[in-house]
Write a protein that binds this ligand. Structure first.
Ligand code: FES
Length: 133
């Protein structure tokens, strides 16, 4: 488990202050939106998928710094991946890519993973494409 003591490590801060791939993706063909029922943070992930591969990813997240950093790094993690590879990503991969998260912030990485799951599921339902669980 990628847990650190600092609330916001340097990579989290870097993604929070300079988030990658923010905004709507006009030609997205998979969108997932999730909300954490406790803190209320919302993450929306847009994907453009072609021939079983994620070509583009953007996000809009309304929440804490860690949830924005997690969404930002998630868009970098999924770009170029096959649906199978993306489907195998977890909140642990997100937290690791951020250099770790403090225990109370782990759920921010879960929010990002949930947004990815929701987008992949929406794509699967719409197209019938096989997506790893
Ligand atoms: Fe809830 Fe960050 S505090 S997602």
């Amino acid at each position: 488990m990628a847990v650190i003591d600092d609330d916001y490590g340097p990579i989290v801060m870097e993604h929070f202050t300079n988030p990658r791939n923010v905004g709507d993706l006009k030609d997205a063909n998979a969108v997932g939106m999730v909300r954490n029922g406790v803190c209320g943070d919302v993450a929306k992930l847009f994907l453009r998928i072609e021939a079983g591969r994620i070509l583009e990813a953007k996000f809009r997240t309304f929440g804490c710094g860690a949830s924005i950093a997690a969404s930002s790094v998630l868009t970098e993690l999924v770009r170029g991946r096959s649906l199978e590879e993306a489907g195998a990503l977890t909140q642990e991969d997100v937290a690791r890519a951020l250099g770790g998260l403090a225990e109370p912030k782990i759920h921010c990485a879960v929010l990002a993973e949930d947004a990815l799951r929701a987008a992949l599921e929406a794509y699967r339902v719409r197209t019938g494409a096989a997506v790893a669980p």
